[in-house]
Design a protein around this ligand. Sequence first.
Ligand SMILES: [Zn+2]
Length: 484
Amino acid sequence: MSGEQELGITESKEHNPGDWYAEVVQKAGLADYAPMGGFIVTRPRGYALWERLQGYLDGWFKETGVQNAYFPMFIPESYLEREKDIVEGFDPEVAWVTQGGHDELEERLAVRPTSESIITPFISQWVRSHRDLPMRVNQWCSVVRWEATETKPFIRTKEFLWQEGHTAHRDHESAWEETMLRLEQYERLYEDVLALPPLKGRKPPHDKFPGAHTTTTVETLMPDGKSVQAATSHYLGTSFAEAYDVAYADEDEEERLANTTSWGLSWRALGALIMSHSDDQGLVVPPTLAPDQVVIVPIWQEETRDAVLEYADGIREALAGAGVRVRLDDRDQRNPGFKYNEWELKGVPLRIEVGPNEVEDGEATLVHRPDGEREVADREGVVDAVDDALDTVYAKLYAAAEERLEENVREAHGRGEILGTIGRHGGYVKTGWCGDEACETEIKDEIAAEIVMVPLDDDADPVHEDCGVCGAPATTTAYFAQSY
Ligand SMILES: [Zn+2]
């Protein structure tokens, strides 16, 4: 690090979002590029975000009957082949191990691209009777998908962190309820933790998870007008139970096939978070996930140093005692301006400035990260004031994301209008759809926009009687968007 200038963000979010994003991720200390293309090194500040996110979701899973387990990262080829859709769907992206030490393996091993093929056979062994159902296991792990596209930390990498839940149920109803419950928990994570209101729906049939009956999705809109598939929850029907023989003895002693589900959320959620809220000063994250929620920056002259530091440390102690993640930046060798910039770059949601005036008046100055808004709090009431300010910061981030989403769902009808609307504004175009993939292809070929989701309840959302592309009767509403 040769100068202060290199600390700051030099790219513009508005004009050069790709380079800006890469710069924020690196300069905020979240991740570095690994020596192998397609891989990243997650640094402590980046991993801390993942751990917090994990804490919320893992807690909700456990409250609703999920247990964690861990399965091997390698899957024998013969296991993968038992479900043909999985093989076909993932084949171009599977990394294989063919050698162990100096010996060629008798059967090559896939590095898991997803774990249905190794988890379902064990659920099959563990389930005997209807009393064993529902059975729910989740694992936090990494998976590998050998894609040839450009690396984008947290958004597109060959190896990524995620959780994958796998469940087996007696019947369709129970499995469908499970699928919806997990989708709602993902939605809740985006709403209550990431400050990113999502759209909730299902994927069109040609874009569902290989072998799934229905893939449901939450989608979230990025500032550049593209959609991010934020998490998916799959109702698998009985196809995996059939392939891996998940059968149970029902009350009437009859053998029946279970219905299964799987659902996953990856660190793309972090990518969406960083891309959405951050700005040209650096990282912006909501207080829910920030490793440091508050930084106290003392401002002193030689003669006021001790008094200011003592006062600042008292505030730190009060906040820490109330459970706030707070840091006092008492470094001697850096001036306050440098510290402001550094913590803004690193995304601390709230700064407290304390100088001789604050000490004298028994006050503290609070500065909100997303917009620089300042407020003065009494020393006695500082814990409550910080609590309120953190809520306000969250509300500001949420409101901005919500406004962006509301402004960027547009209706369009006719091929030209759909193309023009997405071409001009990005965002989502809502239109009627006949259900034919060819109508999506027509749009995709022109501007790389696809149907990212259709509403779960079609009846609740009828916009057009005709397909926006071909004019045939519409069977559903579709949301077109370009996506990551
Ligand atoms: Zn059509």
